[in-house]
Design a binder for this molecule. Structure first.
Ligand SMILES: *[C@@H]1O[C@H](CO)[C@@H](O)[C@H](O)[C@H]1NC(C)=O
Ligand SMILES: *[C@@H]1O[C@H](CO)[C@@H](O)[C@H](O)[C@H]1NC(C)=O
Ligand SMILES: *[C@@H]1O[C@H](CO)[C@@H](O)[C@H](O)[C@H]1NC(C)=O
Length: 409
């Protein structure tokens, strides 16, 4: 008991120390969300502290003048054999994709920071070809959307309209993939940027994301009953808030609940007064947190990812009772402050609730769009690294890759 108390005190002290260091290092960037958020309490309580302690160690090293490799965040991982398939018609970043059997619907995204897509490309896994292209409604967001499907209808929730760092919309749409017709749905109570979104037991759940300024994390959780592409209710119901807010998370529906993985607090914002809403970097915290929403709308804390990971909203598949999750971004480099991409293939075993690293992508990449078909793990799109020794983001890609997946239980 005493040991436990001591351990807890140490963890708390480390967390405090980290916060102080953090405040001194990043004093030029002021986070504008309240510091007394409930998640602070939650953080002090569980394994994310391990990450904080690691970061304190890194910062101590820095104080001692040691240099830190740019690739310090890479975890040891087995090699996988990747095969290059037919590239998408356009490169895209921060798009979204939904797989329905052998077809992969790839939506929206930035082509460059100044050009956004307003269409859907469709890939056929059976014959490795891009078989269709059709427009999205003009009012629909072009990036940072939330999406879910029932196997025919695709629900499209909020997101950012336009290029650079414009704010999010509250508007929602539905695509009938059989007829390729779009309809609209009741808007969210407030706009959201990259909210965690899933369809679970007949209700759409929308959680977290960022608020109107793209940066302030939202913790709100709303749900709406839907059936066959139609809303069964006039407005969204307020549900139990998610323990920690923020955008860019994976959100997976299972039989017994919805799991929300990784993400971040804070994001780029429009430069005040900029007529083109020019993106400017703000303080961000990437986290490894995993939460599960159960049937009573209670949130359970699950074991965190092997490292903080964000920009993974469309980067996962469920195979043989495991979630496979690929790529993303992790915490920025502690010295250079550069953004660092993730190249690992993670497996979360749903039975044992354990994480493992089962492979590497052909390169590090964020906002990958992942799929699984006929034994193969696929991904397309996103922004890749500068090379094996430089994990900073560079080129926005449309490449399609696949590897044969063989999971051990
Ligand atoms: C915090 O830790 C206590 C003691 O281990 C536990 O009872 C409680 O459920 C934890 N709370 C959260 C939010 O994890
Ligand atoms: C996908 O490819 C298979 C095999 O060539 C073909 O039978 C099927 O019609 C294609 N689907 C679409 C929608 O093009
Ligand atoms: C999933 O399990 C089945 C049955 O055990 C097995 O045949 C298959 O290879 C597994 N899939 C993967 C990707 O490991």
């Amino acid at each position: 008991m005493n040991i436990l108390l001591l351990l807890f005190t140490c963890i708390l002290a480390a967390a405090l120390f980290f916060n102080l260091l953090w405040a001194s290092i990043s004093s030029s960037i002021t986070p504008n969300w309240p510091s007394n958020q409930p998640h602070r309490v939650v953080i002090a309580n569980y394994s994310i502290n391990v990450e904080n302690i690691k970061k304190v160690e890194i910062k101590e090293k820095k104080a001692n003048g040691e240099s830190i490799s740019p690739t310090f965040a890479d975890l040891p991982a087995p090699e996988l054999q990747w095969e290059k398939m037919t590239s998408a018609p356009v490169p895209r970043l921060d798009g979204f994709a939904i797989q329905i059997e052998n077809l992969f619907y790839v939506f929206a995204g930035y082509g460059t920071i100044d050009v956004v897509h307003s269409h859907v490309d469709v890939y056929n896994f059976t014959d490795d070809s891009w078989v269709d292209r059709f427009d999205m409604p003009k009012e629909m967001a072009n990036s940072h959307l939330g999406m879910a499907t029932d196997g025919r209808y695709i629900y499209v929730i909020s997101g950012q309209r336009g290029p650079q760092c414009r704010g999010p919309t509250a508007q929602n749409f539905v695509l009938d993939t059989k007829t390729k017709k779009w309809t609209s749905m009741p808007p969210l109570p407030a706009p959201r940027y990259a909210p965690a979104t899933q369809l679970w037991k007949g209700r759409l759940h929308v959680m977290g994301g960022s608020k109107e300024n793209r940066h302030t994390p939202g913790v709100d959780h709303w749900s709406l009953a839907v059936k066959n592409g139609k809303a069964l209710e006039k407005q969204w119901l307020l549900e139990t808030p998610i323990p920690r807010g923020g955008p860019h998370r994976a959100c997976v529906a299972l039989d017994d609940g919805v799991i929300v993985i990784g993400g971040q607090e804070g994001d780029f914002m429009a430069k005040p007064g900029s007529p083109i809403f020019k993106c400017s970097r703000r303080h961000e915290v990437v986290y490894p947190d995993v939460y599960k929403l159960d049937a009573e709308m209670k949130w359970e804390v699950l074991p965190p990812m092997p490292k903080p990971d964000s920009h993974i909203e469309s980067s996962w598949v469920v195979v043989n009772n495991s979630i496979i999750l690929i790529g993303g971004t992790t915490e920025k480099h502690p010295v250079t402050k550069r953004m660092i991409l993730v190249g690992e293939v993670f497996q979360f075993h749903l039975d044992s609730k354990k994480w493992s690293v089962i492979g590497k992508l052909p390169f590090r990449c964020k906002t990958t769009l992942a799929a699984f078909w006929d034994g193969w793990l696929y991904f397309t799109s996103g922004q890749r690294d500068r090379g094996p020794d430089n994990p900073q983001p560079r080129k926005v890609i449309g490449e399609m890759w696949r590897t044969k997946l063989s999971l051990s239980q």
